[in-house]
Design a binder for this molecule. Structure first.
Ligand code: B12
Ligand code: SF4
Ligand code: SF4
Length: 374
């Protein structure tokens, strides 16, 4: 079968599998990536994601990951939300989960479909491997090379048709396939994403410093959230969509066709009061099959308590105080912060009673640490 015939068959099958975007590029299409990833790592923009540095050579070059790879097929699946996440930032007693995580985990959903496409390739005698998110493959620049869109100034891939809301997946193959033309950058003089970022996480256009990004702190970061980033988290309890949501190219994006990416009713702005009550088995049951489950119960509570501290809702005080006795020091620390923000006088009273008994030095310090202004 010719490369062109195989691409036509793959594109048609991808469409039937529900993929919204499809493109092909050469595996060596981005010789600029080792330098660019090197710049990011040297500057420390990967924050605590040490795995990014550990896999740098393979990550920046698919041919270093798999020397026999000749082509990359890049797929996109829309998860465009029903309404702009920016509209939900003022619902301060409700937790805001990022648009990508309100229902089924995209990894599960995309990987199976990629494997089905890979089966069409291996049938021709070529080899193929599938990747979505977790492997050392730089999916955004490969998607740009394959013509799916361009990396915007917020660094995410934007599509003309689906805006900022595309999940990406990649198939590397030993087959020589005719490549698509790369997509040109279309941001022009716009800088809305850079200006809206609540934590000033962009050192320059197209470059993101994860050490200042709320998506990083709420999803990837392991320990307590640094003080300076707690107030800016607002009601976000998993991820952040601000820089994506503000992009004018989203006006062409209709709501995702895939119903399993539509917000599940109970994950659409759940009341913080309910989330504060979830014990570990309830947390696991409630978020089974969703990306939120990977956070684990303690980090989930950490985020919910910070959102509670930002809510200004004194009705949440007693539910918050219950977490002052949590076994995990990270949760106790977040609970202290929330109590002090919600009711400073009660915070002082509790500090006198509880701080001297606290064995963890960092948690004890939370009682005296400066609490950011509301
Ligand atoms: C690590 C990671 C993160 C980190 C770091 C983000 C980042 N910018 O890389 C954190 C946790 C912050 C994160 C957040 C999010 N992520 Co993320 N993440 C990844 C992951 C696993 C690796 C990305 C990577 O390689 N980063 C390394 C950096 C160095 O790469 P880069 O951003 O392309 O870097 C460019 C710049 O540094 C620039 N550069 C460097 N020097 C120079 C010099 C000049 C002159 C210029 C012009 C440029 C330049 O060039 C680099 C190469 O293009 C990918 C999956 C994958 N395997 O690719 C998903 C992925 C990028 N994430 C995704 C999503 C959905 C998100 C969030 C929207 C989730 C959310 N709502 O909370 C946010 C978006 C935040 C944002 N503005 O980026 C999607 C994006 C889909 C898309 N359409 O692009 C991906 C592709 C997962 C997937 N399979 O769908 N993510
Ligand atoms: S995800 Fe949020 S915090 Fe991170 S760069 Fe975008 S707007 Fe800033
Ligand atoms: S908001 Fe403007 S600058 Fe940012 S990605 Fe969209 S078009 Fe580009």
């Amino acid at each position: 079968m010719s490369g062109a015939a195989l691409v036509a068959e793959l594109a048609e099958r991808a469409r039937r599998l529900g993929f919204d975007a499809f493109g092909v590029t050469r595996a060596d299409a981005r010789p600029d990536l080792p330098d660019k990833l090197g710049t990011a790592l040297a500057a420390g923009w990967h924050a605590g994601m040490a795995w990014m540095a550990e896999t740098r050579d393979r990550r920046a070059d698919p041919r270093a990951l798999w020397p026999e790879a000749r082509s990359a097929i890049v797929l996109g699946l829309s998860y465009a939300p029903e309404r702009s996440p920016l509209d939900d930032l003022e619902r301060r007693s409700q937790g805001l989960i990022s648009a990508y995580a309100r229902n089924r985990d995209y990894h599960d959903l995309i990987k199976g479909r990629l494997k089905e496409l890979a089966g069409l390739i291996t049938r021709t005698g070529a080899d193929a491997k599938v990747f979505v998110d977790t492997a050392p493959v730089m999916e955004k620049p490969l998607a740009e090379a394959a013509g799916l869109g361009w990396q915007g100034k917020h660094s995410v891939l934007i599509s003309r048709d689906f805006g900022s809301w595309l999940f990406l997946g990649v198939i590397l193959t030993t087959a020589e396939l005719p490549p698509d033309a790369p997509h040109a950058e279309r941001c022009g003089s716009c800088r809305r994403c850079l200006d809206i970022c609540p934590t000033d996480a962009f050192p320059a256009p197209f470059r993101l410093d994860a050490r200042r990004c709320l998506a990083y702190y709420s999803v990837e970061h392991e320990g307590p959230i640094p003080l300076a980033f707690r107030a800016p988290m607002g009601n976000r309890i998993f991820g952040c969509d601000d820089c994506l949501a503000v992009c004018p190219w989203n006006r062409f994006a209709g709501t995702a066709r895939e119903l399993r990416f539509h917000a599940r009713v109970d994950n659409d702005l759940p009341p913080l009061a309910d989330l504060l009550e979830l014990d570990e088995p309830e947390f696991r049951a409630r978020f089974a099959g969703s990306p939120v489950k990977r956070l684990g119960h303690a980090r989930f509570l950490r985020n919910v308590l910070i959102a509670t501290g930002n809510s200004g809702d004194a009705g949440l005080l007693s539910a918050t105080e219950r977490h002052l006795a949590a076994p995990d020091p990270m949760v106790r620390g977040a609970a202290i912060w929330a109590v002090r923000r919600l009711a400073p006088a009660r915070g002082r009273e509790l500090a006198l009673a509880l701080a001297p008994k606290e064995r963890d030095m960092e948690v004890a310090a939370e009682w005296t640490a400066e609490v950011a202004d509301a």
